[in-house]
Design a protein around this ligand. Structure first.
Ligand code: S3P
Length: 186
């Protein structure tokens, strides 16, 4: 059951250099990441876009050409080999934390925030924009909710390793700033 925003907090630490946003497709990593970056004066980066720029093709095309296993391997290399600036907010693909040691790597190299939402909410958000996402093609209505429910069950043990687990429904960039201890919590 989702309760209010804070499950874990970081107290008293200075502002981190790299902040990785994790969560299921449709959880709002990009929207929140952009807002947070502009509040903090950090760069915003999206690892899906970095992947696509490096490979010269969309993720959908990569999946079709090489399959998911190859995508996961390459995605992990992109995460670990990219040259990040000193300060950045990084939105990660929904599956990325759940493969190899990616989640531990992110926790070792920055702070991590899991944007948590219920399957039904995610399905409503994804219903109209799922064509770009290879894992969601051909899934509609109840089948989409069912798929998300099962995938989330598999993925949450990884997402829950984040430094902060936050309720995505009520989450604002300001609140994430507070949780990351950029400023005093009220
Ligand atoms: C995926 C999520 C996508 C993208 C790829 C696989 C996943 O990223 O990396 O389609 O396995 O959940 P977003 O979460 O940014 O949509």
């Amino acid at each position: 059951m989702l309760k209010s925003t804070l499950d874990k907090n970081l107290q008293g630490s200075p502002g981190p250099g790299l902040i990785f946003l994790v969560g299921f497709m449709g959880s709002g990593k990009t929207t929140l990441g952009r807002k947070l970056a502009s509040r903090l004066g950090y760069l915003f980066m999206d690892l899906d876009h970095i992947f696509e720029a490096r490979e010269g093709m969309t993720i959908g095309e990569y999946f079709s050409k090489y399959g998911e296993d190859a995508f996961r391997k390459r995605e992990s290399e992109v995460l670990k080999n990219h040259k990040y600036p000193e300060h950045a907010i990084i939105a990660t693909g929904g599956g990325l934390p759940c493969f190899f040691d990616n989640m531990d790597w992110m926790n070792a190299h920055g702070k991590t925030v899991y944007i948590k939402l219920m399957p039904k909410t995610l399905a409503d958000r994804l219903q109209n924009e799922k064509d770009e996402r290879p894992l969601l093609r051909e899934r509609h209505g109840e089948a989409l909710v069912q798929f998300i429910t099962e995938k989330l069950e598999e993925r949450e043990p990884f997402y829950n390793k984040a430094n902060i687990v936050a309720n995505g429904l009520s989450l604002t960039a300001e609140r994430v700033e507070e949780l990351l201890s950029f400023k005093a919590t009220s």
